[in-house]
Design a protein around this ligand. Structure first.
Ligand code: DON
Length: 309
């Protein structure tokens, strides 16, 4: 779908870009360290098919933690509410996304929510299929359908860069295995999880997935229910309560849009009933969220009164 360049959005991007100077690209996944910290782009996708953008919207980004909302939707479809929430909780942590601290202090032991790494690893573990390849292809096909882009794939270099350095995620996984929350080979789980995080797309595709969530799981063009209404509702609720990690409370107050960030600098937003947003700005704040992306959403929310609260 063609996306029109918008002067209003360009002006907001110009203003938000100023704060990229205060951010830093993620480099704990070495491949992500190659991103240009000054980049900032946005696409907004409306139910009637209109799309507006600013910045280089062709540039591809890996989903990283944004993929956690999509894998959650898939396992809720695969396994149902009870099975999933017996293994992962529903509460925000107030801790960084990769923290191991609450795993030990929560009884019974289960990750507090599916958006932190520990919870996302359990979710990825629950994706159905006969092999890692089969499970990954099912997830990838789901992503392609949501983005309405059958060309979506994953970055092998980002996946292997994370696989080789994901020592903390391995530690979380071994802890979960010790407590019988997962029961598969940890290297196999890490293979699947790092491929999931390395699925890449441009912010146009990202805004389109945001739109599906905004429209309660329905593709507004074809009227097809791609995600059951209830599953889309649960995912959006997690985006509000945990989508920006330990910045979720402040984000809800200042911006008030269900959103999910990733350390690649992506943010997917879903303005309920209105439109989907895809943002790419790789300079991050200290909590791992796109610094200019948040600023841009703040400007958008204020200018167009987008807060849902
Ligand atoms: O597991 C990780 O650390 C990354 N693949 C994803 C983390 C992430 O995107 C956190 N987001 N802000």
């Amino acid at each position: 779908m063609a996306c029109q360049s918008s002067d209003e959005l360009k002006e907001l991007v110009r203003e938000a870009r100023i704060c990229t100077k205060e951010g830093k690209v993620a480099d704990y996944i070495p491949e992500l360290g190659k991103a240009n910290p000054n980049d900032l782009s946005i696409a907004i996708n409306y139910p009637d098919g209109n799309c507006y953008s600013a910045g280089d919207i062709e540039k591809k980004i890996s989903l990283q933690s944004i993929s956690k909302v999509i894998s959650l939707a898939l396992v809720l479809i695969d396994r149902g509410y009870n099975y999933v929430f017996e293994r992962v909780g529903m509460e925000p942590t107030g801790d960084p996304f990769n923290s191991i601290a609450k795993l030990e202090s929560t009884a019974p032991t289960k990750p507090l929510n599916p958006m932190i790494n520990a919870g996302a690893l359990v979710v990825t573990h629950m994706i159905k299929g006969n092999s890692v390849e089969d499970r990954f292809q099912r997830l990838l096909q789901f992503v392609k359908d949501l983005a309405n882009d059958q060309s979506v794939t994953y970055s092998k270099s980002v996946a292997s860069s994370e696989f080789e350095t994901a020592h903390l995620n391995r530690a979380l996984s071994y802890f979960l295995k010790q407590h019988s929350i997962i029961n598969e080979d940890v290297e196999q789980l890490l293979d699947l999880y790092t491929k999931q995080c390395a699925i890449e797309m441009n912010c146009l595709d990202l805004s389109r997935i945001g739109l599906i969530f905004a429209m309660d799981g329905v593709d507004p063009q074809t009227k097809k229910q791609l995600i059951p209404n209830d599953v889309a509702r649960i995912c959006k609720t997690f985006m509000v309560t945990c989508g920006m990690y330990n910045a979720s409370g402040e984000f809800a107050i200042k911006i008030g849009i269900p959103a999910k960030s990733g350390v690649s600098g992506g943010i997917m937003g879903a303005v309920p009933g209105k439109f989907g947003i895809g943002i790419f700005g790789p300079a991050l704040d200290e909590r791992g969220n796109s610094i200019a992306g948040i600023r841009l959403l703040e400007l958008l929310s204020k200018n167009y009164q987008l807060s849902m609260f």
